[in-house]
Structure formats: structure tokens, C-alpha cells
Design a protein around this ligand. Structure first.
Ligand SMILES: Cc1cc2nc3c(=O)[nH]c(=O)nc-3n(C[C@H](O)[C@H](O)[C@H](O)COP(=O)(O)OP(=O)(O)OC[C@H]3O[C@@H](n4cnc5c(N)ncnc54)[C@H](O)[C@@H]3O)c2cc1C
Length: 329
């Protein structure tokens, strides 16, 4: 069977890898110039940040077997510190049940995971797929013919791709929130803290998640420096989305300094990443969206849950649905 995969995020790569391991032919089309989608990392001078998923918790899903059993683990760091919460502008220990979940990061950036998943796959970069055509019981994607397609773009983009095919599937339940990730490097020591991140569960504070990149994985900032990623709440993200980077950084720095102290007023390295679709607030259901016998299958966190392990699971399930089709054998 010859299968096209649209999107080289974790869902698409999981699908492509499952297809390749089963000895079928697969080509991945990616609009960006790199793999990973919302698992992305960025170096700013001596500081290294994860701009999308800040940690990965496979929680017994298929991803666990891949991450811990099949892929290289030499770069993998199990997180030992927990997540504290921000309540009424103050820092306090978080939910103990959540603290027990084993989370991991990659020393060289979480993008290492999709890079390893993509190893050996035929990935065509800078190739957006905005339409699929059905021709002679095959599907034409970027001028080539395939017997089946996995579409793994975020759901609003997937809906448009399916509409080009006349596929009426709609995903009313899949709604994503936007998120601004603000990258901040400080020539200031964060000191020894019992947490690697702060969470504001009510999402009322403008900072909903503050990741201490240089605590979760030492080496992401020089000695005596601190690398932070501030993820803004949905309300703050919408309000500031089209503002300049300088304004977003200035606004965020004020909140960081209020929380961590005046020495965190002046970051020396800054950048802003705008995620229009960050994580789904609500998702569609994989089994409702995809039926046995369908040759165009949707894999995405938007049909399972807004986390890396769910995106991976959806990709594996999409591939299996196609490969288990009697016509595929
Ligand atoms: C700020 C932020 C923080 C997060 N934190 C965490 C966390 O700590 N832990 C966690 O588990 N998860 C986290 N997540 C969620 C996690 O990153 C996602 O659930 C997961 O990566 C989604 O993978 P995906 O493959 O479904 O989608 P994506 O990663 O979005 O992949 C889709 C790919 O399709 C490509 N594409 C889109 N349209 C087209 C087209 N027309 N043609 C070709 N290619 C196309 C895109 O460029 C992209 O590469 C976070 C996400 C964000 C944004």
C-alpha cells in the first residue's frame, strides 16, 4: 500500500512510522521546514527553550514503548522536580497526584523526539497540502497518487483539506485555544527551587504556565543564568496576539518580575512564538471521526486529547485502521 501523510507533527510521524515498520510505502508532506509541529525547540544565544510541549508524559500509551524501548534514550531526562501552582499571585505546592506522573524532556530540546520518529522517513518539507483529489480510486496529493491518506494537521486545517475532497466530515467538538509562548533568558540565577514549572489552574492570571527550562534540564542556560518559557492564558493570548514582540515581552516581564522578584525584570534574550492552535479545549472522538474502510483517516491531538502521547496514539491508530483494511493486504 502507498500512503501519504499530511503533517510531520507527532501524530503524522507516528502514523508514518507505523506504516513504514509494516513495510508499506509512505511519504510525509510538511508545510514547515522542520518536523515536530507543536513539539518545537529554539536556541537563543546560550539559552535553549521548548516553545511548544514543555514536557512529555507517555503514561503507559504506545508512545512509552517508542520513547523508552525503541528510540535512543541517551538524551532523555526524567523530571524529578514537580509542578507547583500559582494561586492568587503566590507560589504553592501543586496537586500531589499530578506530581506523581513521570514526565520527560530531551536535553537537546524536545524536538529531538519528532526528529527521531522521522529518521528514515521520506519527509517533503515546505510542501503544504491544501487539497486532495480522488482520481481513479486513488488520492492525488501534491501531484502524486496514493491508495490512502492520513491527514494530521490541526482540526480546523484538516477540515479545509477534507472539504477539498468533498469529504463532509465536520469536527464540531474540536476547538483549540491560542497561546503565546514567551521565551525569556535572564543573566540571573533562579536558585534551587523544588519545582520545574508553575501552573495557574484557574487560567485567570495572565501567566498560565511558567517553565524553568534551565531547572528541568540544566545546560539550557549558562551557570548563574535562567531560561524561562511563559505561556500566556487564552484570554491574555487573544488580547496580545497581534501586538509586537516587544510589547508582549514587556507585558510578560512585568508579571514574571511580580511573581519571582525584581531581579527578573530585564531579560537579556527574548522571543515570542504565536500558536494559533495550541491545545484543543475540547476534542472530537477518533472512532466517531474515522470508520473502518475509510481511506482518508484523521490523526491529531484534536481527535484524542491535547497532549503529545495522545497525538502519537492517534497516529498509530490511524495507520492501523488503514493497514488492517482487508483491501490493504
Ligand atoms: C504552547 C504549547 C504547550 C504545550 N505543552 C504540552 C506539554 O507540556 N505536554 C504535552 O504532552 N503536550 C503539550 N502541548 C500539546 C502538544 O504539543 C500537541 O498536543 C501535539 O504536539 C500535537 O501533535 P499533532 O501531530 O496532533 O499536531 P501538530 O504538532 O500541530 O502537527 C501538525 C503538523 O501538520 C503541519 N501542517 C499543517 N497544515 C498542513 C498542510 N496543509 N500541509 C502540510 N502540513 C501541514 C504543521 O506544520 C505541523 O507540523 C503543548 C502545545 C503547545 C502549543
Amino acid at each position: 500500500m502507498r500512503i501519504a501523510v499530511v503533517g510531520a507533527g507527532v501524530a503524522g510521524l507516528a502514523a508514518a512510522r507505523t506504516v513504514a515498520i509494516a513495510d508499506h510505502e509512505v511519504v510525509v508532506y510538511e508545510t514547515a521546514g522542520a518536523v515536530g509541529g507543536r513539539v518545537a525547540s529554539r536556541q537563543l544565544g546560550p539559552y535553549l527553550f521548548d516553545t511548544g510541549a514543555t514536557s512529555i508524559a507517555p503514561r503507559g500509551k504506545a508512545l512509552e514503548g517508542a520513547m523508552l524501548g525503541e528510540l535512543d534514550t541517551s538524551d532523555l531526562v526524567p523530571l524529578t522536580k514537580s509542578v507547583y501552582t500559582i494561586q492568587y499571585g503566590r507560589i504553592s505546592p501543586g496537586d500531589t497526584a499530578k506530581a506523581k506522573i513521570q514526565r520527560y524532556v530531551y536535553r537537546s530540546g524536545n524536538v529531538r523526539l519528532p526528529e527521531m520518529l522521522a529518521a528514515g522517513l521520506d519527509v517533503r518539507f515546505a510542501t503544504p497540502v491544501d487539497r486532495i483529489r480522488e482520481v481513479d480510486r486513488c488520492y492525488e496529493v501534491a501531484g502524486e497518487r496514493y491508495e490512502a491518506v492520513v491527514v494530521s494537521a490541526p482540526i480546523p486545517e484538516t477540515e479545509e483539506i477534507l472539504a477539498s475532497l468533498g469529504d463532509p466530515r465536520r469536527f464540531a467538538n474540536a476547538r483549540y485555544r491560542p497561546c503565546l509562548s514567551v521565551l525569556l533568558g535572564y543573566a540571573v540565577d533562579a536558585g534551587d527551587r523544588p519545582y520545574h514549572a508553575l501552573l495557574e489552574p484557574e487560567q485567570r492570571h495572565p501567566l498560565t504556565w511558567l517553565s524553568f527550562e534551565s531547572i528541568k534540564s540544566p545546560g539550557r542556560a549558562p551557570e548563574g543564568h535562567t531560561a524561562l518559557v511563559a505561556q500566556l492564558s487564552p484570554v491574555a493570548s487573544v488580547a496580545l496576539f497581534n501586538d509586537s514582540d516587544a510589547d508582549i515581552v514587556a507585558e510578560t516581564s512585568v508579571h514574571v518580575a511580580r511573581l519571582l522578584g525584581e531581579k527578573f525584570t530585564q531579560p537579556e534574550a527574548t522571543s515570542v512564538v504565536r500558536w494559533r492552535y495550541s491545545q484543543p479545549e475540547t476534542t472530537a472522538l477518533f472512532d466517531t471521526v474515522n470508520r473502518p474502510g475509510q481511506r482518508v483517516v484523521v490523526a491529531s491531538d484534536g481527535v484524542m486529547g491535547g497532549r503529545v502521547e495522545y497525538a502519537y496514539e492517534s497516529g498509530v491508530m490511524a495507520a492501523r485502521l488503514l493497514l488492517e483494511d482487508p483491501l490493504a493486504r
